[in-house]
Design a protein around this ligand. Structure first.
Ligand code: NIG
Ligand code: FE
Length: 423
């Protein structure tokens, strides 16, 4: 039966212009173009938004018998006057790993840097040890639990990286585990991150050779991932190594999304733009010229403010620089052993409460914009609410859409529909 979502407060459709394209600058906060006033309803049929129109019109057309909030002709969801926003899109997560590194915060507070903690056996390599010994079944179960956490916070599309295996067998295990997580609450799009660090017991050159001649061909052949990622940062993969890996993966038909300029500006963002990467993530220290270049090359800058937040660092000026210059940007959680949040509303709270970003602009940065980097692998464009689009929709607990990022630590979501089904 079709579904009528009625009694809606304002609806942030975010669907002005071409929905597959990102928005930038002041258009991200243009309420006139991106938000419908209350009084509208949404008719959903087979998981697709069939019609968005005035409530009276939709009731008359599809539920003429409507009375007391009920109809025999369509299922009804009452939004109780609350605001409606699109399903959220998290385009950067390290979803699958196991182990515990909570001891590292105290090390940081005692003055050790991320690099120093890593040299002392903490950091990525510690998580790699724990993750290698986990069974695939355990990882799938962890994934299911984590997806349910993301879903409780409104996420309906999520990118998931491997990267805590660093061997042929364990990187494949991570990607296979991702593919076995049911996609009944959320679309899940896998990225290979075998180049997250260098494993013990191999030289850097030997490992890069393994990545190119063994891991990547297996990933491509078995369609285990849509993108490749490299941790391009001094001390990990340098520009030359990153370029080599991305070019090799391109020949195998894989696109890229890269970790760049997290701790220093090493021109990683400029390289991502040159390589035509779908996105360049972290980008906290990238220079202005690289940011302009990324925008021109359609390489999305993805800011991950949860990471500097948990590492005790400044959130930086990059986001506001992008807004001022009309450069595309997105926000994502970067869920990982240090930054354990799968809540985009929390990440957007950092951007709005700490950096002065308009809540509507932050919403675009957590929906339509990141979706533009993932849509190529989905049947329909996600990240906005439009006729013919997927019914991935969140009803908030407030009549104001701005509420969506004003409950740090609590979910602002009353109900989520994924493909038209309440989750
Ligand atoms: O994106 N910086 C690289 N990778 C992750 C964190 C890795 C870790 O510390 O486990 C990130 O922040
Ligand atoms: Fe990351």
């Amino acid at each position: 039966m079709d579904l009528l979502l009625y009694n809606a407060g304002e609806i942030a459709t975010l669907s002005h212009g071409e929905v597959s394209k990102p928005l930038s600058g002041i258009e991200m906060a243009d309420r006139e173009k991106l938000v419908l006033d209350s009084g509208n309803a949404i008719l959903i049929s087979k998981g697709i938004i069939q019609k968005i129109s005035s409530q009276e019109e939709l009731i008359q057309e599809f539920a003429p018998d409507f009375s007391d909030g009920k109809s025999n002709l369509v299922d009804i969801i009452d939004a109780h006057g609350n605001a409606i926003i699109p399903g959220l899109v998290d385009c950067h997560t390290h979803l699958l790993w196991t182990g515990d590194r909570s001891n590292e915060m105290n090390m940081r507070q005692n003055g050790l840097s991320y690099q120093e903690i890593s040299k002392r056996g903490g950091g990525i390599s510690r998580t790699v040890e724990a993750t290698r010994s986990a069974t695939k079944k355990h990882l799938v179960n962890l994934g299911k639990y984590r997806i349910s956490q993301a879903s409780m916070n409104g996420t309906t599309t999520l990118e998931a990286k491997s990267g805590y295996g660093l061997s042929v067998e364990s990187e494949i295990k991570l990607l296979e585990a991702s593919s076995e997580i049911p996609q009944d609450k959320c679309n899940l799009l896998p990225t290979w991150l075998g180049a997250h660090d260098f494993p013990k017991g191999k030289s850097k050159d030997e490992y890069i050779e393994e990545l190119i001649s063994e891991q990547l061909p297996l990933v491509a052949e078995n369609k285990l991932a849509n993108w490749v990622d490299v941790f391009c940062e001094p001390g990990w993969y340098d520009l030359e190594q990153t370029e080599l890996i991305v070019k090799a993966s391109k020949e195998l038909g894989l696109k890229s999304r890269l970790h760049v300029d997290e701790f220093v500006d090493s021109n990683g963002l400029a390289l991502a733009a040159e390589l035509g990467s779908s996105s360049a993530d972290h980008v906290g220290f990238s220079n202005t010229e690289s940011r302009a270049k990324a925008h021109e090359s359609n390489t999305m800058q993805v800011f991950l403010p949860g990471t500097p937040y948990v590492l005790g660092k400044n959130l930086g000026d990059g986001i506001n620089e992008c807004i001022e210059n009309n450069w595309n940007f997105s926000l994502a959680t970067d869920f990982n052993p240090n930054c354990q949040t799968l809540s985009l509303p929390f990440v957007a709270s950092l951007a709005t409460h700490r950096l002065g970003v308009d809540p509507l602009a932050a919403l675009v940065a957590c929906t339509r914009n990141p979706a533009s980097t993932l849509n190529s692998e989905l049947k329909l464009n996600v990240g906005s609410i439009y006729e013919g689009g997927p019914a991935d929709i969140n009803i908030l607990k407030s009549e104001y859409l701005d509420y969506w990022c004003q409950t740090p630590g609590l979910s602002p979501i009353e109900k989520t529909l994924f493909s038209g089904v309440p989750v």
